[in-house]
Design a binder for this molecule. Structure first.
Ligand code: MN3
Length: 202
């Protein structure tokens, strides 16, 4: 069973003005579609075709560049679309809010830590909020299409929020102003979905 490009859970223009329609169209329709096709190609004949994407990434041979880049690219973007919403923004509530406060002191301090992780990731990569066993949350970042499910990237747990800081994610609208894009992302974060992922994985 080959992996399929998921539908966006909203229209291309739904996240405007924070993320523009043209960026969404190319990012989902070209970039994510490309990772999906190449992931299926990399899995062909590997014996892993019926594994979940999580299992493929957790058991990854990090020297397998095609599987690392495209498996990561497939998974990371699936999560990215889900954790944004036109009705997003605001702050988390419930157990997730408590975990964020326990780890960072306040939502504002979490936002600063996450934004710094995203801004200082050199070149292409992702910033993450992950849940560890027992329910603690932790911010980290990773290069290229790596993610915390992969072995030995120095960043662990299960991702419940991810921010794509590749230039293809923001350059049309924000050019080199990555911090402005990071700030805008906070207006579209779907905290209900992030909370759901927290509850499922804590
Ligand atoms: Mn991307």
């Amino acid at each position: 069973m080959a992996f399929e490009l998921p539908q966006l859970p909203y229209a291309n223009d739904a996240l405007e003005p924070h993320i523009d329609a043209k960026t969404m169209e190319i990012h989902h329709g070209k970039h994510h579609n490309g990772y999906t096709t190449k992931l299926n190609g990399a899995l062909e004949g590997s014996g892993l075709e019926s594994d979940t994407i999580e299992s493929v990434l957790e058991n990854l041979d990090m020297n397998n560049g095609a599987l690392r880049n495209n498996g990561g690219g497939y998974y990371n973007h699936c999560l990215f679309w889900e954790v944004m919403s036109p009705n997003g923004g605001g702050t988390p509530s419930g157990a997730l809010a408590q975990a964020v406060d326990a780890a960072y002191g306040s939502f504002e301090d979490f936002k600063t830590t996450f934004s710094n992780a995203a801004a200082t990731q050199f070149g292409s990569g992702w910033a993450w909020l992950c849940v560890l066993q027992g329910g603690k949350v932790e911010v980290c970042s990773s290069a290229n299409q790596d993610n915390p499910l992969m072995p030995g990237i120095g960043c662990g747990g299960i991702p419940i929020l991810g921010l794509d800081v590749w230039e293809h994610a923001y350059y049309l609208n924000y050019q080199n102003k990555r911090p402005a894009y990071i700030n805008a992302f906070f207006n579209v974060i779907n905290w209900e979905k992030v909370s759901e992922l927290y509850e499922q994985n804590k």
